[in-house]
Design a protein around this ligand. Structure first.
Ligand SMILES: NC(=O)C1=CN([C@@H]2O[C@H](COP(=O)(O)OP(=O)(O)OC[C@H]3O[C@@H](n4cnc5c(N)ncnc54)[C@H](OP(=O)(O)O)[C@@H]3O)[C@@H](O)[C@H]2O)C=CC1
Ligand SMILES: C[C@H]1O[C@H](OP(=O)(O)OP(=O)(O)OC[C@H]2O[C@@H](n3cnc4c(=O)[nH]c(N)nc43)[C@H](O)[C@@H]2O)[C@@H](O)[C@@H](O)C1=O
Length: 322
């Protein structure tokens, strides 16, 4: 039984496959693993390996034989994308993760980290949300399809542990942000959207900005470089069947966050709120005591993280993903 596995430092020459290595999280994982001395990182772009192509995924993992796999590939988007395209979010995410996990099992990959999301928890879970809240209540409708796919991934990891004795683990990140984010005006998460909107207002001299929803929902944000460091920490220090929450343990209202972004870009005009857009879940603050007690805590403050990401966005605004 995998409960007997003792987590240990990873061999820096181990083959580490980062699925989704060009995305927000995957690219941060790549940077972090490189900075920690890993010399055999493997990544494949979608044009090189479409993770929806099951035989191709099996062939790739059988041939590559990684010692570690991190599943950071998924169909990801903000509240509007999730609520507009639920069938795509459900189907693509189920296929990507089932293909990767089945192929990793066939290749007997010894260590695997599956990434889910804090939206797996019930809409009205007690705050802060502990890992034990999983499957105790109804999901938030704007992202229930995506959440169900992620819950299936957690269950698949737990099932492989039980049935096949492999020490695979799962982590549930809170809302993430940082360089390399998706800056699509309709598809992105809130922070990149605010950075674009307030930067544009300063550039064009506009004196009003309109954001989505009421501004009252509370969210917790973690810089993606901290997320990458938490992933390596978990791979080296944690083992167990229960998914581990990854966050800061602090949250703010969206209106407060909007003010931080406005200040970071030097915007001094007004802000209004478009109530025709969804608020989503009222609060999503993770209980991060499991991760903290394993010896990890974040190192990038929200103010510093927003300031550096704004600077990154302004330097790269011609070439960001949209
Ligand atoms: N961003 C966030 O706030 C949060 C993210 N997470 C989780 O973290 C993980 C990574 O998310 P994030 O980095 O933000 O997402 P991104 O959209 O930035 O990156 C996802 C990556 O997956 C790749 N991918 C998607 N579909 C396929 C496919 N069919 N074949 C090959 N590659 C594919 C994308 O490739 P391509 O670039 O070609 O599209 C991209 O590189 C996900 O599991 C997500 O659920 C969890 C909580 C919050
Ligand atoms: C990470 C997480 O991300 C998604 O859930 P979410 O936390 O609701 O994410 P969001 O970042 O899109 O919105 C946060 C809040 O912010 C408000 N808001 C204001 N103005 C904009 C705006 O311009 N864009 C967006 N996207 N939101 C805005 C918005 O109305 C909401 O109240 C999941 O679908 C799922 O993918 C998931 O797991």
């Amino acid at each position: 039984m995998s409960d007997s596995y003792l987590p240990k430092p990873l061999d820096r020459s181990e083959i580490v496959y980062i699925a989704g290595h060009r995305g927000l999280v995957g690219s941060a994982l790549w940077r972090h693993f490189e900075s920690q001395g890993f010399s055999n990182l493997v990544g494949r772009s979608r044009s090189e390996l479409d993770l929806l192509d099951r035989p191709a995924v099996f062939g790739f993992l059988e041939h590559t034989k990684p010692g570690v796999v991190v599943v950071a590939a998924a169909k990801v988007g903000g509240i509007l994308a999730n609520s507009t395209y639920p069938a795509d979010f459900l189907s693509e995410n189920l296929q990507i993760q089932v293909n990767l996990l089945d192929a990793a099992l066939a290749a007997r990959v010894p260590r695997l980290l599956f990434l889910g999301s804090s939206c797996i928890y019930p809409k009205f879970a007690a705050q802060p949300i502990s890992e034990s809240a999983l499957l105790t209540g109804r999901l938030e409708p704007t992202n229930d399809a995506y959440a169900i796919a992620k819950i299936a991934g957690i269950l698949q990891v737990q099932s492989v542990r039980r049935q096949h004795n492999l020490p695979w683990i799962s982590a549930m990140p809170t809302n993430l942000y940082g360089p390399g984010d998706n800056f699509s005006p309709t598809g992105s998460h809130v922070l990149p959207a605010l950075m674009m909107r307030y930067s544009d207002a300063v550039r064009t001299g506009s004196t009003n900005v309109t954001n989505w929803g009421s501004g009252s929902p509370r969210r917790e944000f973690l810089h993606v470089d901290d997320m990458a460091s938490a992933c390596l920490h978990l791979l080296e220090k944690f083992d167990g069947p229960t998914q581990v929450n990854v966050g800061t343990g602090e949250d703010q209202t969206i209106a407060e966050i909007a003010n931080v972004v406005a200040d970071a870009v030097g915007y001094s005009g007004g802000t209004t709120w478009d109530s025709s857009k969804p608020d989503g879940t009222p609060q999503k603050l993770l209980d991060v005591s499991t991760l903290r007690s394993s010896g990890w805590s974040p190192s990038i403050s929200l103010a510093d993280g927003i300031a550096s990401t704004v600077a990154w966005y302004q330097a790269n605004s011609d070439s960001v993903r949209a």
